[in-house]
Design a protein around this ligand. Structure first.
Ligand code: FES
Ligand code: FES
Length: 176
């Protein structure tokens, strides 16, 4: 059966798009092929590794198991919405400073999961960080430096301060 085309209206990193897309194209393939946003990586393509994580209306989702049309009328944020090489976003800078990047393949997804966490909880506890990143696999780092990177980002973004629990509204990657 051939997929039919379907109208899509979506805001990606602040820009509105309106076009026809195949009804079965994943959000990941749409971002990479149609929008040339190559920062979102394809690992397992099966909802298991997290490297394709993007924010959909602020929630971290696996874009490989999300259809592009599920983003209709919504806001998508990808790693390209953060900083660039000259001007890193505080989360990206913290990953560099903590030595949390080895091969780098998992990092765009890790950073988007981190962004969701810190948007909702500026002072996450270690257990909350572990839960927020539980859906993102890294083959290289052993996770310790990644935990440190998230803690460092939280400190830098809140200007230090005391540890407070702001609650945790949602976990990423539990999209069904
Ligand atoms: S590419 Fe592995 S979860 Fe999407
Ligand atoms: S840095 Fe290589 S998979 Fe995480």
């Amino acid at each position: 059966v051939k997929a039919h085309s379907i109208g899509l209206r979506v805001n990606i990193n602040g820009i509105d798009y309106r076009e026809k897309v195949p009804s079965d194209i994943t959000l990941l393939d749409y971002l990479r092929k149609n929008r040339q946003l190559m920062g979102t990586k394809k690992g397992c393509n099966a909802g298991e590794c997290g490297t394709c994580t993007v924010l959909l209306d602020g929630r971290a989702v696996y874009s490989c198991i999300t259809l592009a049309i599920q983003a209709d009328g919504k806001k998508v944020e990808t790693i390209e919405s953060l900083g660039d090489e000259e001007n890193l976003d505080p989360i990206q800078q913290a990953y560099v400073d903590a030595g949390a990047v080895q091969c780098g393949y998992c990092i765009p997804g890790m950073i988007m999961a981190t962004k969701e966490l810190l948007n909702n909880n500026s002072h996450p506890r270690a257990q909350e960080i572990r839960e927020a990143l539980a859906g993102n696999l890294c083959r290289c780092t052993g996770y310790r430096q990644i935990m440190e990177a998230v803690e460092l980002a939280a400190r830098n973004m809140s200007g230090g301060g005391t540890e407070k629990d702001h609650g945790h509204e949602s976990y990423p990657n539990e999209n069904s």
